[in-house]
Design a protein around this ligand. Structure first.
Ligand SMILES: Nc1ncnc2c1ncn2[C@@H]1O[C@H](COP(=O)(O)OP(=O)(O)OP(=O)(O)O)[C@@H](O)[C@H]1O
Ligand SMILES: [Mg+2]
Length: 360
């Protein structure tokens, strides 16, 4: 089995070129803002009731037995609370957490310090775990199974492998693409939880709570307005709240976020009543106007829009699929009647997605 020596060392640590399709890295300002609003305890986490109930059970059981929590995989679309939960869990357990991510672990030697530093029952959080390189993945298997690593020293004929015992720790993995995880890695997670989109009431609670954290006064209708344009996603709700607060500070009375303020702010931000943003509308317009509603392949759409295909797949299409604006067919993406109507284009009788309806 080819295994990279973790002690080879000496290679230049060049900055990694950005892979196409990676979401833009949040600015330091956005990071601070996100951290500010993150719930600290499980009791402050809104929604995801069933997930939270199950987590509470495994946390209680692990604590009663004095054992580390079983490895936990959190999956779900961006901004729904995976990192939040991964940070809340060690706090509830009173244990340390280390952070890393799939793309940051390019070779086993990158992972080794995390494994040897992991204290008893502590948490090692690996974000974007679907992007672990195969060599690192193989290296982590014995660590997850038996809290042991096999280290190869030297090379060629002089190579020898030593086994090192680790503390019993917990891996929490987060992924937006659980389908990309290899079966052996997925199987090593004892617990798997999927986070789903939030309903309007839950988002309104998040908006109201976070407005308080930002020392902003917000009316219930304004919170509901922001919630309804947040696409079921707390991160979107937070970002729209932040923008609305800034807007109200400039245009409102003593910064109070009224319904009127929220509407004007969201209009200026070009987030429509369904939560569609400029990029979403561009996608739909291209599909409808350049490809007569489709079918158009993902790559074709990516070229036309000059947006990487995986950004479309991860960031744009899930919501359009969810609200029934597009369909994925074997021949490509097709705009549905609802999308034509939303964009306000007349749909020809013979359009591929059409069943002969005509919109004014
Ligand atoms: N259940 C929740 N209750 C309250 N706030 C939440 C909840 N889930 C997420 N948030 C808020 O949304 C923000 C984004 O969530 P988080 O960073 O955990 O998402 P994520 O699933 O890790 O996203 P990504 O896949 O992009 O890493 C958090 O800073 C937090 O303020
Ligand atoms: Mg995250």
């Amino acid at each position: 089995m080819p295994r990279e020596s973790i002690y080879r060392g000496g290679e230049e640590e060049l900055p990694r070129p950005k892979k196409s399709g990676e979401p833009p890295a949040p600015t330091p300002d956005e990071k601070v803002f996100e951290e500010e609003l993150r719930p600290r305890r499980l009791s402050q986490v809104v929604g995801q009731r069933k997930v939270l109930e199950r987590l509470q059970i495994i946390l209680d059981a692990a604590q009663k037995r004095g054992e580390p929590l079983g490895h936990l995989l959190l999956d779900g679309p961006p901004g729904l609370g995976k990192t939040t939960l991964a940070m809340v869990i060690p706090r509830e357990l009173g244990v340390d957490i280390q952070f890393t991510s799939g793309p940051a672990l390019r070779a086993p030697r990158d992972l080794l310090p995390y494994l040897t530093n992991a204290g008893k029952k502590s948490v090692l959080f690996i974000d974007e775990i679907h992007r672990l390189p195969p060599a690192v993945e193989e290296f982590i298997y014995p660590a997850m199974e038996d809290w042991r690593v096999d280290i190869t020293l030297g090379e060629g004929l002089n190579a020898r492998t030593i086994s090192m015992t680790l503390e019993r720790f917990t891996v929490i993995g987060a992924t937006t693409r659980s389908g990309m995880l290899t079966a052996p890695l997925r199987d090593r997670f004892v617990h798997r939880e999927h986070l789903d989109y939030y309903d309007l009431d839950e988002l309104a609670v998040i908006v109201t709570t976070n407005a308080r954290k930002l020392n902003a006064e917000i009316d219930a209708e304004a919170a509901a307005e922001i919630a309804s344009r947040s696409r079921g996603t707390p991160r979107k709700a937070n970002n729209l709240l932040r923008w609305t607060r800034d807007f109200a500070e400039v245009h409102g009375e003593q910064g109070r976020i009224t319904n009127e303020m929220a509407r004007r702010a969201l209009e200026m931000r070009e987030v429509d009543a369904l939560g569609l943003e400029h990029q979403d509308r561009r996608y739909l317009k291209t599909l409808i106007e350049s490809f007569s509603g489709g079918p158009a392949g993902l790559q074709t759409m990516a070229h036309s829009l000059s947006i990487p295909a995986d950004t479309l797949e991860d960031d744009v299409e899930p919501y359009l699929l969810r609200i029934g604006f597009i369909q994925r067919t074997p021949r490509g993406r097709v705009a549905t009647a609802a999308a034509w109507s939303h964009i306000g284009v007349l749909r020809p009788m013979n359009s591929p997605g059409g069943q002969g309806e005509l919109f004014e």
